[in-house]
Write a protein that binds this ligand. Sequence first.
Ligand code: 13P
Length: 259
Amino acid sequence: MRRPLVAGNWKMNLDLPRGRDLIETIRSGLETLDVRERVEVAVCPPEIYLFPTAAAISGTAIRLGAQNVYHEPSGAFTGEVSAEMIAETGARYVIIGHSERRHTIGHHEDDRMIHLKVRAARRAGLTPILCVGETLDERKAGQTFDVLTFQLAAGLVGLAFKSGSDLVIAYEPVWAIGTGQNATSAQAQEAHAHLRAGLREKFGRLADEVRILYGGSVKPDNAEEIFGQPDVDGGLIGGASLKADSFLGIIRAALAKAG
Ligand code: 13P
């Protein structure tokens, strides 16, 4: 059985005091929910706040993730942060290939760079959260499955994993991110089932242990239905992870799935 994961991607939001306040409210909220080992919760603050966030979550079950990584271990790469440096903060996860990095920011990351980053994460013992997803044009052109197949294969080429828990995939349809327009539960399930079939082809039975998260306008009022799908193993949450009540509401939906 895969343990649902709810990860908050704070993106470039929240200053240090606000981030600490949010952690504190989530922490006390989690005490009132019966989370135990049933659901895993993670927060991914801006990189500069990884160390203070690690201190703020210390002694809680909340895990830490980074939003990006550079693939080289060290060297003359001004402004970049290596996987080893991220691991030093105590982070367990790193988001790789987020659609904002593929499509919005700077020079746009390609699948080769994303692959190198996944490799770097493994080298440092981090669990990559590899994001894949189609644009609206690709969906309209009927290319969704092809895009997912390609991005999954390119990101993971030549890699092996000892345990399915060493890899997380996030299906994030680009048209659903920050738009308020989430994928329907049926759209999510068919994409997730397609991704799991791709993982099975590559990794065999290990694919059944890999968590595939849905991301894109997840809110407390749609989370339970989306998470209720058999191949949806939790969510990567943007906007709704910035407020404790909505993030906790989404964790509650994951608990309903965990049973
Ligand atoms: P929203 O939840 O704000 O749509 O963002 C999703 C996302 O990009 C998570 O990585």
